[in-house]
Design a protein around this ligand. Structure first.
Ligand code: SF4
Length: 435
């Protein structure tokens, strides 16, 4: 396998990015950026919104001609769309060789060797829990940040969400495994770890809770920064807040999806908290970590959302003033309760679009205002590499998760430096290195 070339196209969240790196490691193949040079092509998919799974299908369509010219190339689909549609994908996509479910990455080498020896198309979507965390991700040399998965699946049942269907119930990774992977990454030069899980802060294992995981990670020598995502509001406990306050490596930024400011909509989504509870949780977090910044996710046009419900969401946006927010129009996913509600209580798509534009325009102003307010301040930046837009600039993130670009030389990559902010833009800051 060592000489094979792998091209992998990834859609969706950090979990998928992490799984793509696990796939690279499982196959021990040489990653390539050119699908025409690949021996194995994999599209790692996301099913969270209808658009995302359509993208995955068109992603796969692109490789039809490559397969026609080079019949030995192996083309596969992995991730949530693979899990959701299983063997129907083989019927639908004739040039597809395998379908790999969300929990089947450890089986991939065997699947590939069977396809090579027997030319048999394969579907593997079983939930084998024993090997679940067995393959660690590929790590690109020189990268200073890395994800570490602490959990697979989700036990919540938000009525719009397909994740529990495609990733199964929550399974938490043992603490020693998490710490071992983290320590290995630090030895390779990583400075910042982001723990990832569908509801990362519900992690518990062998009597330990998420706050204990943060404290244990804080003991790892040379680990400079700890982040985690995605937190579930209801699972924010005193133990977790205390750990965030007391472990110095924990970054002062939290992504905490609220989804709606209307209690009626929250209840229909089965989010298990109220608006008041969410606001109070933010207050408790700010009490403990006064400079913490909060970002969120919002769904607009959930079935039955009235103008009044939407105005409640807007009033929450004004009350909290999130640092940033990811907002989307509701998209019904097959087999979820909300897809059934949608049949009777659809929000007119034009109304939903207008609400989304209003919310996004408001957020843009707030984000710009917050970024501008940083001008003149000195920020600590972990330098991640060259800026994507200009090789004369370096790029890194502040403790509060803002991207900060500044002029500097490559030897600063991996170092934490002080940068004075000179400009606040919509998606980033600009600054100058403090001598
Ligand atoms: S918490 Fe809700 S939205 Fe998040 S993955 Fe679980 S079911 Fe989906």
């Amino acid at each position: 396998m060592g000489t094979k070339h792998l091209y992998i196209e990834t859609y969706g969240c950090q979990m998928n990015e992490y799984d793509s790196d696990r796939i690279k490691n499982a196959l021990d193949a040489e990653p390539t950026d050119d699908p025409k040079k690949a021996d194995i092509i994999i599209v790692n998919t996301c099913a969270i919104r209808e658009k995302a799974d359509q993208k995955a299908f068109s992603g796969l369509g692109k490789y039809k001609s490559i397969k026609a010219n080079k019949p030995d190339v192996i083309v596969g689909i992995s991730g949530c769309v693979a899990q959701l549609y299983g063997d129907t994908l083989l019927k639908k996509i004739p040039h597809l060789d395998f379908v790999l479910g969300t929990r089947a990455i450890p089986k991939l080498p065997e699947i590939i060797s069977n396809i090579e020896s027997q030319k048999r198309r394969t579907v593997e979507t079983s939930y084998d829990l024993e090997e679940l965390f067995e393959v660690e991700p590929y790590h690109k040399r020189g990268k200073v940040t890395a994800f570490v998965s602490v959990q697979q699946g989700c036990n919540k049942r938000c009525t719009y969400c397909i994740v529990p269907q495609v990733r199964g119930d929550e399974v938490n990774r043992p603490l020693p495994d998490i710490l071992k992977e983290t320590t290995n990454l630090i030895e390779k030069g990583v400075k910042e770890i982001t723990f990832i899980g569908q509801t990362v802060n519900s992690w518990k294992e062998n009597g330990y809770k998420f706050g204990d995981l943060i404290r244990a990670a804080g003991e790892i020598e040379d680990l400079e920064r700890i982040r985690f995502t995605t937190s579930y509001p209801r699972d924010i406990t005193k133990r977790m807040i205390d750990a965030m306050k007391e472990v110095p490596q924990v970054c002062h930024h939290l992504h905490l999806p609220v989804q709606s400011g209307s209690n009626k909509v929250l209840s229909n989504m089965k989010r298990t908290y109220t608006r008041e509870w969410y606001v109070d949780t933010i207050a408790r977090l700010k009490d403990a970590v006064p400079d913490i910044t909060i970002s969120t996710d919002i769904i607009i046009g959930f079935p039955g959302e009235t103008d009044r419900d939407f105005q409640e969401t807007m009033s929450l946006m004004r009350e909290i003033e999130f640092e940033s927010s990811y907002s989307f129009k509701f998209s019904p996913r097959p087999g979820t309760p909300a897809a059934e509600y949608e049949k009777e209580q659809t929000v007119d798509p034009d109304i939903a679009s207008a609400r989304l534009s209003e919310l996004q325009a408001f957020q843009k102003d707030i984000t710009e205002k917050k970024n501008l307010s940083r001008v003149g301040h000195i920020e600590e930046v972990l330098v991640e590499g060259e800026s994507r837009n200009d090789p004369n600039f370096l790029s890194g993130r502040t403790d509060h998760n803002r991207i900060l670009n500044f002029k500097g030389t490559k030897d600063l990559v991996g170092k934490t430096v002080q940068v004075r902010v000179t400009e606040g833009l919509l998606n980033s800051l600009r600054g100058e290195l403090v001598k």
